[in-house]
Design a binder for this molecule. Structure first.
Ligand code: HEC
Ligand code: HEC
Length: 236
């Protein structure tokens, strides 16, 4: 009996995420969705689509363009990024949890970057940042990560997609965006990975750690994973 109850509970919890989405989740790009996606129908269609993956969102936006929606390429990227981050298959945690993470009373110094890493990154990049050859690039001794904290923050904010090379190994995968993490969480995890497992980007005294304000500034860019790849190429 107990087991049946538990199972039912689990179903309810799992089902809750999107079945009941009645309003757009907060996040950069939300205003643009309001502005563009209600011109021909109400938001019902949009809310019902929550949970679909990146390529399905691309198809949806394109088919609205076919139906006559006029948007610029920049707006396309902002809309897509919003949908993938906030209404994709990996939605951010419930708002109350996020607010707790973002309360100004928790300064970055007290936010544990190693925990943010364990919860959000280690599944792919592995506990010691060693990665999985051919699938997930290493973060330990990764020259791109060490070269530019802004680049690492852009990858976490907006994801990364397309062929890259790290050392001798090539990768051609996609990292999902983690834009639902707070600015402080992203700063903390980047500072953690840039100073762990032999990474010494923060060893020099003149190097400042990434601040939440820096992440907030980068967030404004609203890039697509492909544009983050372009940024990486320009570093070469
Ligand atoms: C120029 C008019 C127009 C605009 C603007 C528009 N849509 Fe649509 N949308 C349509 C039409 C037409 C349909 C089909 C309606 C029907 O079958 O009843 C539709 C249907 C949908 C559906 C249902 C599934 C499907 O593909 O038929 C979704 C999801 C959707 N729209 C999402 C969006 C989103 C997201 C935006 C904003 C980025 C948007 N729409 C903006 C015209 C538009
Ligand atoms: C679902 C798996 C997955 C998770 C979770 C993940 N990543 Fe990634 N990450 C990837 C993949 C795949 C790539 C390479 C994408 C490509 O080939 O273009 C990547 C690339 C990167 C890069 C760029 C490396 C380079 O050489 O350009 C950085 C930095 C990075 N990830 C950091 C993080 C951080 C920090 C987290 C946690 C907040 C994280 N990743 C979570 C899969 C993941």
């Amino acid at each position: 009996m107990k087991r049946i109850l538990l199972t039912a509970l689990l179903w309810i919890t799992l089902g809750l995420g999107y079945a009941q989405l009645t309003t757009l989740p907060d996040g950069p790009g939300k205003d643009l969705v309001y502005a563009r996606c209600q011109a021909c129908h109400d938001l019902g269609y949009v809310l019902d689509s929550a949970g679909i993956d990146r390529s399905a969102w691309i198809d949806t936006i394109r088919s609205m363009e076919d139906a006559g929606m006029e948007i610029t390429p920049e707006e396309f990227d902002i809309l897509l990024n919003y949908f993938v981050t906030y209404m994709g298959p990996n939605p951010p945690p419930p708002p109350d949890q996020e607010q707790r993470a973002e309360t100004p009373t928790a300064p970055t110094s007290q936010l544990d970057g190693s925990k943010v890493y364990a919860q959000n990154c280690a599944a792919c990049h592995q506990a010691e940042g060693q990665g999985v050859p051919g699938a997930f690039p290493p973060l330990a001794k990764n020259p791109k990560l060490l070269a530019d904290p802004d680049y690492a923050a852009l990858v976490v904010l907006f994801g990364l997609q397309g062929p890259i090379q790290v050392g001798e190994q090539t990768y051609n995968g996609a990292m999902p965006p983690f834009g639902h993490l707070s600015d402080a969480q992203i700063a903390a995890v980047i500072n953690f990975v840039r100073s762990s497992w032999g990474n010494d980007a923060l060893a020099k005294e003149e190097t400042k750690p990434l601040a939440p304000e820096d992440v907030a500034r980068l967030r404004e860019k609203g890039l697509s994973p492909r544009q983050v790849l372009e940024y990486r190429k320009r570093m070469e």
